[in-house]
Design a binder for this molecule. Structure first.
Ligand SMILES: NC(=O)c1ccc[n+]([C@@H]2O[C@H](COP(=O)([O-])OP(=O)(O)OC[C@H]3O[C@@H](n4cnc5c(N)ncnc54)[C@H](OP(=O)(O)O)[C@@H]3O)[C@@H](O)[C@H]2O)c1
Length: 476
């Protein structure tokens, strides 16, 4: 039997430190021997919750199954772990200290078979590993990380274009995640609005943020799906602060009514995630006369974000996250025809152009709103296996399926932009896998300053109840 014992003081309230460690999935963020960690039992984290960790050792990885056997909020956690090499009992005590929280971490290993006889030989290595892990936990909870930057390998990949596109895949995600920093910011006092939260990336984002305790407002167009999702999230996470708002976001009247409802509540919005989207084939127009791609993917987030800006400003450090697409790399802003023309319509081209427009808005708002403490960033998820991709790009889906990311992998950067402290240090950027990326892979897609100004003017000129063909700057 070998016992490791370490104490650390962290600059965080007890409630926050406890919540972070109790969800033992976070071990993959702070314990260098843990490759991945997932919760394998249902329901909120409590006594009886089970976790599965994939731990690294010199010959590969092995599974370590933990059960939370004692969960006394703000005081003590006990986890019993079992693997083919050893059993381990982790006992973690939390108490108030001068700097915030003292964490007293004791791990007792009992090795199996021959390893038990040899245990004394690797005591030194094990003790170092324990010190490193607990130091990793301290770094995670102290949460002082620099602003995100583009790595040299991704800079080179962008210059060569093709390697940058290979990063959109699942293997690109796995490559990217190797260098990620812990994400321990407390979300219990944050209010996050997510559009399109019932499917794909929006759903994965809602699940992750609900588990982190954020208050959520989920904007969904189908009431039945919305109610089912709210109940499922509450059951799974124990989060009782999940609200739903019903709105078809392709209709500006509904965007306006949603904005007014949220404004009447006067609840500051810490994070607005403009995620709802679809790729439309064939071309269609909304009942208000707007071409669908333009309405849902550009005019709608434009209106919603501007409408909710006072609530974002009131939050102090509000964040806007615009979900764009790698497809925009092939698109150039086209003025005056922001809306896809009737002749020669391509759903992919209309989609890509609208996402390009949303990227430009991201950059413009970041500059304009810096003085109000609102940061505005965009992200693209790479290629993720979602109902949207399956239904709108069936051929691509069939061919690329083995390469696609899971919805959780696609949504990871949305969650990171919403949660990570250092993500709040960036604004006006496009992210993939938590790193800022170029907004243009080809010089031919670059727009001019007058074109950017014309885009803003065009969007401002599209009035709510004005039929599209009467828009002054965006002829339809
Ligand atoms: N998956 C990818 O590889 C990928 C790549 C690049 C960009 N994206 C972007 O990621 C975002 C999420 O897409 P996804 O792949 O997760 O697709 P998804 O599974 O189809 O989810 C899209 C979400 O948007 C909602 N939505 C669509 N039209 C709406 C409307 N008129 N009003 C309100 N909500 C509406 C959908 O609601 P319903 O369920 O009611 O339709 C759904 O909740 C989109 O902006 C998409 O462009 C995805």
């Amino acid at each position: 039997m070998i016992t490791l014992h370490e104490k650390i003081d962290v600059n965080r309230p007890v409630e926050e430190a406890f919540a972070y460690v109790a969800d033992f999935r976070t071990a993959q963020q702070w314990d260098s021997t843990t490759d991945t960690a997932r919760k394998i039992s249902k329901g909120p984290v409590a006594t009886g919750t089970r976790f599965e960790l994939a731990c690294r050792y010199p010959l590969g990885t092995f599974a370590l199954h933990y059960t939370l056997t004692r969960h006394e909020p703000g005081q003590v956690l006990v986890l019993h772990g079992t693997s083919r090499f050893f059993d381990v009992e982790d006992e973690i005590h939390f108490s108030e200290s001068a700097t915030g929280t003292r964490i007293d971490y004791r791990a007792t290993f009992t090795f199996r078979g021959l390893l038990g006889a040899l245990a004394g030989k690797f005591r030194g290595g094990l003790e170092k590993m324990g010190r490193d892990s607990v130091q990793g936990l301290k770094n995670a909870l102290d949460d002082k990380f620099p602003a995100p930057v583009l790595s040299s390998s991704n800079r080179r990949a962008q210059q060569l274009v093709f390697p940058a596109i290979t990063r959109f895949t699942r293997s690109g995600f796995n490559k990217g995640r190797k260098d990620w920093l812990p994400m321990s910011r407390w979300m219990g006092d944050k209010h996050v609005v997510i559009t399109g939260a019932n499917s794909g990336l929006g759903l994965a984002t809602a699940q992750a943020l609900a588990a982190l305790g954020a208050e959520l407002t989920l904007v969904i167009r189908d009431e039945r799906k919305a109610l089912g999702l709210k109940q499922a999230l509450e059951r799974e996470t124990g989060n009782g602060r999940i609200h739903i708002e019903i709105a078809d976001l392709s209709l500006m009247a509904e965007v306006e009514r949603l904005t007014q409802r949220l404004k009447r509540l006067e609840k500051p919005i810490d994070v607005l995630i403009n995620n709802a989207g679809a790729l439309f084939n064939p071309r269609g127009e909304t009942s208000e006369g707007f071409e669908q791609s333009f309405a849902l993917l550009l005019l709608s987030p434009y209106r919603l974000t501007l409408g909710l800006k006072p609530l974002l400003a009131r939050a102090g450090g509000g964040r806007v996250i615009n979900v764009v697409s790698g497809g925009m790399y092939g698109a150039r802003l086209k003025l005056p025809l922001l809306e896809a023309p009737r002749e020669g319509y391509s759903g992919s081209a209309a989609y890509a152009r609208a996402k390009r427009g949303l990227m430009i808005l991201t950059e413009e708002w970041a500059v304009q709103w810096a003085g109000e403490g609102i940061v505005v960033n965009a992200m693209h998820p790479g290629w993720a296996n979602t109902p949207g991709v399956e239904s709108s790009l069936p051929l691509f889906y069939r061919l690329a399926r083995p390469l696609l990311r899971t919805p959780e992998q696609g949504a990871d950067t949305i969650v990171w932009l919403a949660v990570a402290s250092e993500a709040g240090l960036a604004s006006g950027k496009l992210f993939l896998d938590r790193e800022p990326r170029t907004t243009h892979l080809f010089s031919s897609t670059r727009e001019t300053e007058p074109e950017r100004a014309a885009l803003i003017q065009a969007l401002a000129g599209c009035r709510r109840s004005t039929p599209a063909r009467d828009c002054q700057v965006v002829p339809c």
